[in-house]
Write a protein that binds this ligand. Structure first.
Ligand code: BDP
Length: 717
């Protein structure tokens, strides 16, 4: 009896492992055992022997990944069936494939770029083969992960003919990680970079991080915070960076560092950091050379200059072009690039913060060196729950622009709120700039196709920390995953991404997939509704940005204050950015500006971003603005309530650990959604002077209470 129980237990652990404990560490690389016997048999029959072609660390990683994936998904049958079959799974780069294999591939190689891959089923000499190949070993590795994804999502692997390449060159995570392991705006623990124990202690997590990134096609990582510390550029730290770069290299991942503009003074002993000063130029040249001696494929620098107190060329009466090009000159001989951020706003310009980056950068179009790319946040303010696309997109035809999305949820409820961000990313990427007529989407600027730009890039501010499940909340792994998938192909739909992520991470069971996918797809709008409906923005509390703070008005810089953004008064609410106001709309193409300027055509989701409208303004649904806004806040709360209901029904489909992780967090989200609703409505009601509509729950606390809340130890600050 005892023995039998043991056997059952063992069986369960091995084959049904995820019904039991699962801490989420494996991310979407779960490789869960495929329960359908017929499917397993099909796969086993089709795959055959593994035949790696060529020898490299990367090919070896591919082999190990296939073994791990098949072993886990197909079980021990894989090892036995594998021996007596004539079929093969051949994988290797073009240069290492046999002639008869190459012939089968015809012209397919013409259709891929250096990182692309081909997966093709072919039959010759009486045998069936699956070929996974590319021009480079890293391309092959991407193909391997793609093939594994087919199995993980239970797709057919008969008659395969997949040809795919990334559409964007630089697909990069930005870690806002400090050298003391705190993470600016990080909500999943401390930094995964254990600087103190590097370079000798190599945490296995570094390898798992590289695997995860490679599996979704990310090929770069900026290790440290944009609010940079020059010490990262000292030999003591470069040795540690080198150790990480060595781990990431075979996974196709390049390392980048943020460069503190004043580093020549701080660690170089110079008196100035003037980008036109001979000694400064030389210092950066030598520093760059030193980095490349250690890391021959170093990616380059990410720079936040003259923004929020960071030093930059303007400290020396120079401009962004002077600063970026000086660094670009130093990197050029080694093939490195500069990612120069456009997140700037001046405390001396009272007009409209939303206009400042465009005003400061667009006149420089065409003046940056070829190895400079300007990194622009998705919207003109700062990673709000919803922002119209940044007007710089499409507006600098001669300058490569890199998209910067935030994956970490600085303004979106931290890692406690479940939100599926590919919905937000998709909205921005699909937005039409009209710069070259209809169809000039942001995605086309980012992938270079709009103006024939060669250097292209996309960055995501990471949501990763040393929490066991990486992102603090298992559902938020989908945002890292989704960012990577969109970086590979910015035209993918959020729905496709949710579907494949869920299948790989949790289950292929449609009873689970269908409701949870819908829950994820709706989650972004829920957050917008209970935080910033109808185009409201930047009404969070100060510093930590946790919770509502629409009343904040006492900060030294005007554009730090929420009241600057909502401009609520007895007449109405909203920021007039039309020609009667700040005229920020003039920074968009006329087709777009006209839509935003006109109350008849503006999408209501952006209404208060662009217009100051009276409280009794009639919305499209016939309700007054005040009632409509209150109902939106309520809708957001109701949406979270329904997320909880949906999730609670999933207990039988998810392991206990992840089920509870998500369940508890959803309950916090519900509490906080109500907090947002009540605090904002009570505050705005002072101006509207109108009662709450019937369907809106009455607040249980006073405005004073909400205003008195303090969070001195909120994370990420
Ligand atoms: C803001 C964050 C701040 C960042 C800054 C940036 O509050 O922590 O340093 O953006 O992107 O959203 O540079």
């Amino acid at each position: 009896m005892l023995k039998k129980n043991h056997f059952i237990l063992l069986f369960s652990i091995v084959f049904c492992n995820y019904i039991f404990a699962n801490d989420g560490y494996k991310l979407w690389l779960e490789y869960s055992y495929i329960k359908s016997e017929s499917l397993r048999k099909d796969y086993l029959k089709t795959i055959g022997k593994l035949v790696p072609s060529g020898h490299s660390e990367t090919i070896n990683i591919g082999l190990e990944e296939l073994k791990r994936g098949f072993g886990s998904m197909l079980g021990s049958e894989f090892l036995s069936s594998n021996k007596n079959t004539k079929n093969t799974l051949v994988f290797g780069s073009k240069a290492n494939l046999d002639k008869d294999v190459l012939i089968q591939l015809g012209n397919a190689f013409n259709e891929i770029n250096e990182e692309g891959f081909i997966i093709k089923s072919v039959a010759f000499k009486g045998k069936n083969h699956i070929i996974i190949t590319g021009k480079t070993d890293v391309g092959v590795l991407y193909g391997v992960y793609n093939f594994l994804r087919l199995l993980q999502t239970n797709q057919s692997i008969e008659k395969l003919h997949i040809i795919d390449s990334p559409k964007i060159n630089l697909r990069v995570l930005n870690h806002w990680d400090n050298l003391d392991r705190t993470v600016e705006r990080g909500y999943a623990g401390f930094s995964i970079w254990d600087w103190h124990r590097l370079p000798d202690y190599l945490d296995p997590r570094y390898t798992d991080y590289a695997r995860a990134n490679a599996s979704i096609g990310l090929n770069g990582t900026v290790l440290n915070n944009v609010n940079a510390n020059a010490i990262i550029l000292t030999p003591q730290y470069l040795e540690k960076v080198e150790a990480l770069a060595n781990i990431f290299r075979p996974y196709g991942i390049k390392v980048y560092l943020t460069a503190r503009f004043s580093a020549p003074i701080e660690i170089g002993g110079l008196e100035t950091a003037d980008p036109l000063d001979y000694n400064v130029i030389n210092w950066w040249k030598e520093k760059t050379k030193e980095i490349y001696q250690r890391i021959p494929d170093f990616g380059g620098f990410l720079v936040k200059a003259n923004s929020e107190g960071q030093p930059g060329p303007q400290n020396y009466d120079r401009n962004h072009v002077d600063g970026a090009n000086m660094l670009a000159n130093a990197l050029e001989p080694f093939g490195g690039i500069v990612m120069w951020r456009a997140f700037v706003y001046s405390e001396h310009d009272a007009s409209d913060r939303a206009k400042q980056a465009y005003t400061e950068f667009v006149p420089y179009d065409g003046q940056f060196k070829d190895n400079v790319i300007i990194q622009v946040k998705n919207g003109a303010i700062d990673f709000q729950p919803r922002e119209p696309f940044h007007p710089m997109f499409g507006a600098m035809p001669k300058t490569p622009l890199m998209m910067e999305f935030q994956i970490t949820q600085e303004y979106l409820g931290f890692s406690t709120h479940s939100i599926f961000l590919p919905k937000l990313y998709e909205e921005t990427l699909h937005a039409d700039t009209y710069r070259k007529g209809k169809g000039s989407t942001v995605a086309k600027d980012i992938d270079g196709s709009l103006d024939g730009k060669r250097l292209t890039g996309i960055a995501g501010v990471s949501n990763i920390g040393n929490d066991i499940n990486w992102t603090g909340n298992s559902l938020l792994q989908a945002n890292w995953y989704g960012f990577g998938r969109l970086a590979w192909n910015p035209y993918l739909s959020a729905e496709t991404i949710a579907d494949e992520w869920l299948k790989q991470t949790f289950s292929n069971n449609e009873t689970f997939i269908k409701p949870i996918k819908q829950m994820m797809l709706d989650s972004r709008e829920a957050v917008v509704n209970y935080m910033t409906p109808l185009g409201l923005h930047h009404i969070m509390d100060t510093g930590h940005h946790y919770g509502p703070g629409p009343w904040v008005s006492n900060l030294s810089r005007p554009e730090w204050n929420p009241v600057y953004y909502h401009k609520a008064d007895s007449l109405g609410i909203g920021f007039d950015r039309t020609p009667t106001g700040s005229n920020a709309t003039a920074q968009y193409a006329p087709e777009v500006a006209n839509v935003f300027n006109d109350l008849k055509s503006i999408p209501e989701q952006d209404l208060l971003w662009f217009h100051h409208v009276p409280w009794d303004y009639k919305l499209k649904n016939g309700k007054t603005l005040w009632n409509g806004m209150a109902l939106k806040y309520q809708e957001g709360v109701d949406q979270v309530a329904s997320m909880i209901k949906t999730w609670d029904k999933m207990e039988n489909y998810v392991d206990v650990e992840r089920f509870n992780n998500i369940k508890m967090l959803l309950n916090i989200q519900y509490k906080e959604a109500k907090w947002w609703r009540d605090a904002c409505l009570l505050y705005f009601q002072q101006f509207s002077g109108m009662p709450l509509p019937e369907d809106v729950e009455k607040p249980t606390q006073t405005l004073d209470y909400f205003q008195s809340l303090k969070f001195p130890f909120a994370p990420g600050n």
